[in-house]
Design a protein around this ligand. Structure first.
Ligand code: PLP
Length: 421
């Protein structure tokens, strides 16, 4: 459920008409709903009710600090994958003891940043990383709390580019090798082994891969304990999918996911961490865009819009589907027709939808891409020297720009011409 509904024929974000935001900031723009973000965080928090747990929002999904603050204020921890994200989490007021550091290529600088500023744990993904972390911690006179990310070799049955839990993926340590690596970690003076980490992929629409992975984690917990490790925390990753096409998708509910967690690892006496990103932010955001031209092609009608692949890359990168709706509801009885909805960028890949059935939208009128709150703005670029589009946050009847559109001047001034040129 989200808070983007038509009122008097106009699509609203909570109580604000998108037409009002467009008049203030121009199109295209991203708009996020506070109530939806809060609701999605609470749904996860409640799904783990009764278990000692922390929901660590995977902030790579949407890392605007206003978004982080909403979640942080509700008690969320953060899962970060870079030094920059760590600094953003801090800037949003999240304390280090609630920040988990994931990622396969943490640098010494990033480790130092987190060890100095405070960190809940590092999720270590390789033996070389473990050795470097030990070294960095010792050099700072600190002990780094860690889990080892294990790769359980289960098929997440999701898009190849976002599956991470098969042995052919670059992530984690093969679970069969885990005891060996934990033995090495346990002997390091700069390392404190606190638990196990697993994350098998993103946009999962089936709970079975989770069940398989978590069963393996439960077995490993027993083995590691018998090896003498004090396993007290399990980080179970994120990845629960969202319905991108409302007409035909119904991914599992967080409540049912919580049940799988309870059934597989609930009685191990471990603190549970989960790292949802997409499910928290995805359906809490829209991308709003204006139609520049309707262009009749040969046997095909194109809707050329002012948003492009640089603003929302998911369709080009993952062949992702986003529901696309008109901001002004079509009159009752208006017939839908197939359109190719495309951006202005000079690449054929700059196509949001092919032969999508839509009611016609006139030049100058607006459309909205649903489910654009996660992996939208964060993956945008200035390709074609298109300014990064504004992000707007709505709460009830209020809205505010939480990242403004840069001017052309600001963009161009970031380049410098060498003095010898
Ligand atoms: C991307 C990622 C997540 C979040 O995945 P979602 O599909 O957005 O829930 C969580 N943990 C790790 C380690 C990740 O890389």
């Amino acid at each position: 459920m989200d808070h983007f509904l038509y009122k008097d024929g106009v699509l609203h974000a909570e109580d604000v008409a998108l037409t009002e935001i467009a008049a203030a900031v121009g199109t295209p723009f991203y708009v996020y709903s506070t109530a939806t973000l809060e609701r999605h965080f609470r749904v996860f928090d409640e799904a783990l009710d009764g278990m000692d747990h922390l929901v660590c929002y995977a902030m790579k999904a949407n890392s605007n600090i206003a978004v982080l603050k909403i979640l942080g204020d509700l008690g969320a921890g953060m899962d970060v994958v870079s030094g920059g994200e760590y600094m953003r989490a801090k800037a949003a007021g999240v304390s280090g003891d609630k920040i988990v550091f994931s990622g396969v290529g943490k640098t010494r600088e990033e480790m130092t940043l987190a060890l100095t500023g405070g960190i809940r744990q590092f999720n270590v993904e390789s033996e070389p990383e473990l050795a470097v972390l030990n070294e960095v911690a010792l050099s700072l006179g600190k002990v780094a709390p860690i889990t080892v990310r294990v790769n359980p070799d289960v098929d997440a049955k999701t898009h190849a580019k976002i599956a991470t839990g098969k042995s052919e993926n670059k992530f984690g340590i093969p679970i069969a090798k885990a005891r060996e690596v934990y033995a090495v970690a346990g002997a390091m003076k700069g390392i404190d082994v606190v638990g196990i980490d697993v994350h098998i992929g993103s946009q999962l629409t089936d709970l079975e891969p989770y069940r398989l992975a978590y069963q393996k984690v439960a077995e490993l917990t027993a083995e590691l304990r018998s090896d003498g490790h004090n396993i007290r925390r399990l980080d179970l990753g994120g990845g629960l999918g969202i319905p991108y096409a409302r007409s035909n998708e119904a991914p599992p509910l967080p409540m049912d996911y919580g049940k799988v967690v309870r059934e597989t690892v609930g009685d191990l006496g471990c603190e549970i961490e989960i790292e949802p990103g997409r499910l928290v932010a995805g359906n809490a955001g829209l991308l709003v865009s204006s139609v520049i031209y309707n262009k009749a092609g040969e046997g095909r009608d194109f809707m050329i819009v002012d948003a492009a692949m640089n603003d929302l890359i998911r369709p080009a990168m993952y062949e992702a589907h986003h529901d696309i709706v008109p901001v002004i509801e079509a009159a009752v009885g208006t017939e839908a027709a197939p359109f190719d909805i495309v951006g202005p960028v000079c690449e054929s890949g700059d196509t949001f939808a092919k032969q999508r059935d839509m009611t016609p939208v006139a030049d100058g009128e607006m459309i909205a891409f649903r489910s654009a709150g996660a992996y939208g703005a964060v993956m945008s670029s200035e390709y074609n020297t298109r300014p990064m589009i504004p992000e707007v946050l709505v709460k009830g009847d209020q809205f505010a720009v939480i990242r403004k559109r840069p001017t052309f001047d600001e963009m161009i001034k970031r380049d410098t011409v060498p003095e010898w040129q």
